[in-house]
Structures are given as C-alpha cells and as structure tokens.
Design a protein around this ligand. Structure first.
Ligand code: FES
Length: 161
C-alpha cells in the first residue's frame, strides 16, 4: 500500500461518527489530503456500497471539494457575515494584491492556493483567515498582507512538487 492509499484508507475508515456516508467519507479525505483523488472516490464507493458515479455526483455537487492537490500553502479568507461586518473586504483586497491574484484559485507557480470560506468557525475573532490550517483573527488588512507576503517570500518547502 503506497502512502496516498494508506492515508485515504485511514481517513475513510477512521471516521469517529456512528453514521458513515458518502459525504462524511469525502469530507474525511478532504480534511486529510486537501483534495479528493480518484483513488479516494473508489475507496469511498467500496466503503459505502455506492457506485463510483454516485460518489462523483456527491463530490462534484459541493464546490468546496477540489480534485487536484492544493499548492504548497493554503490561505482561506472568511467572508461570512461576522467577518464581513468588521472588515473582511479590505483583508481580501490586501491578500489578493499580495498574492498577485484576482480571485480564488492557485498561483501559477503552485506556491499558494487561495480560497474564500463562509465561516471559519471563529466569528468572535473576526475578521479571520486561515494559513495552512492555522487561524489568525482580528487581523488588519496590512497584517494580512504582511503574512501572505512573508509566506510567498519564504523558500519553497514543497521540494518541487
Ligand atoms: S463569519 Fe468569519 S469566522 Fe465566522
């Protein structure tokens, strides 16, 4: 079993909840890998006694699933109501500017995946962003710009992925 197959297997078979569904299994894989590889679709189909088409139908219905590995770093920006009310928009503009991007997506050099999120679950600390799954709250636009710039100016740690 290679590393990817083992991580998929551990993610789908290690779900703590009593009811395991196609969606819960896909979420477990996305949490573990940051994307849904085709091998995971096959594993989820087998585990849930579904067809591969059924699993693809669920996976493709939800826009938050991605089917390619994320870039070296992932930044999520919350633009939910609480964050919006206290300055998510200037934060978004500063981060897009620092990353040289116009919206969500991956940079061409594969250093940064940028995603918008409707709630990162830390509304009391709004406005909130997540950098490589670590939350940063009560950020000013300038602080957010500096964090993203620092991330992108650091040496590439992906090993050329
Ligand atoms: S709305 Fe931004 S963390 Fe909840």
């Amino acid at each position: 079993m290679d590393g990817l197959t083992r991580r998929i297997s551990e993610a789908v078979h290690g779900q703590p909840q009593a009811t395991v569904t196609v969606l819960s299994s896909l979420l477990a894989v996305e949490d573990e890998l940051g994307y849904i590889p085709k091998e995971a679709v096959e594993e989820v189909a087998a585990l849930t006694h579904s067809t591969i088409n059924d699993v693809w139908a669920v996976a493709s219905f939800y826009p938050n699933f991605r089917f390619e590995p994320p870039c070296e770093h992932t930044v999520e920006i919350c633009w939910g109501t609480s964050c919006h009310l206290v300055g998510a928009m200037p934060l978004i503009e500063a981060i897009l500017d620092a990353a040289g991007m116009e919206g969500e997506g991956d940079t061409d050099d594969r250093r940064l995946t940028l995603r918008f999120n409707t709630c990162l679950g830390a509304c009391a600390q709004a406005p909130v962003i997540s950098i490589d799954h670590q939350l940063h709250g009560r950020l000013s636009a300038e602080a957010a710009r500096e964090k993203v710039s620092a991330l992108l100016s650091a040496p590439d740690s992906s090993g050329g992925r």
